[in-house]
Design a protein around this ligand. Sequence first.
Ligand code: DOR
Ligand code: ZN
Length: 428
Amino acid sequence: MSEKLFIKNGTLANGTKADISISDGIITSINTLPSAPEGVKVIDAKHCLILPGLVDLHTHLREPGKESAETVLSGSLAAAKGGYVAVSAMANTTPVADNASVVEHVYRLGQKAGIVDVFPVGAVTQGLVGENLADIGAMANSDARVRVFSDDGNCVSDPLVMRHALEYVKGFDGVIAQHAQEPRLTHGAQMNEGIVSSQLGLKGWPAIAEEAIIARDILLADFLQARLHICHVTTAGGVEIIRWAKARGISVTAEVTPHHLLLTDESARSYDAVYKVNPPLRTEKDVMALRAGLAEGIIDIVATDHAPHATESKECEWQEASFGMLGLETALPIVNQTMVQTGLMSWEQVAVRMSTAPAQIGRYENHGHEIAVGAKAHMTVINPTATHRVDRDLVLSRSRNTPFHGLELPGVIMATVFGGRVTYEGNK
Ligand code: DOR
Ligand code: ZN
């Protein structure tokens, strides 16, 4: 059956007004039809921007293993609500995605849900323990065609293992996404090491624990001429090291999360573990450096690190709580608030950092394309001036650990279009 859609009265990121016709998953015309053809579903995008569908390179779906916190389906629905059309599902599931059968299982669950493209990330090492390489080749050759490998949650801390991993993925244009955390410097750490941690008496996590690994792996990537991606950069020093690497032409890319663009370690004073995250919230100076680095392109992309956790893992004492916070449903409004409304970034740059560049890093060829005739119809429609209040009881995720509960955020996602199908429709 041929599915048709007409999006009228919208504005593209470059400011062009657009009426878009979609048929069988493809954009068939822009601004050529005077109105919607008879019987076609219409989305009125008045006052809205139409962006290329968002791509998240860093999502934790909890299936298999912790379906009470999230499933591939619930995470896909949360992603669509946030304007996403593709997510990379991190490997720290139970069992770990360190072999072809688990990544194929997750990939098929994503296809069955049919709400976003779910691209499984493969583990770098067996069981994420950092010792022996996972079945990287088998995962790359599997039906899931894995190109992104990460032990995220853990750092690949052994430099020899990291070397071997970078060498291996180079053979098929893969990338290692490193969770930069020197374990010897962060043992038992609970939050950023600084004034707040010493006042609260919580064990601190120094910025250098992140920066030392970023620097080491950049040198390794240069030495091996392999692709390295740095997950969730959180420190001003990290941005400086990546700036140095890019100036030398080293093949490194980096991400920042929405929460690290907005929140600081001051929020730990509440002792509310909803603010407990790995890597930790840092200082105001770091937040400002991350925003500047993202605007400048030193940090290539925004990735959510969406990390759902069951209530009992978060509504408990800080020391006992799990690390992580929800991200998919609030990412674009937070980027709007921290980067666009502050004048640091244009919407065209937002489209690059949240769609084009993550698709390129992951080698997700059907994603991140400009909105043009003949392109796959993946789109995010957002009213950037309308506001909404975040309510943890209304999220589509199975978990409710959003640190933004109660905040009034600018930007309401009005529709998400995935391959020509409307996968989310807002109501404001
Ligand atoms: O806060 C985090 N939560 N950081 C990670 O690296 C892992 C994630 C998780 O899986 O909960
Ligand atoms: Zn991580």
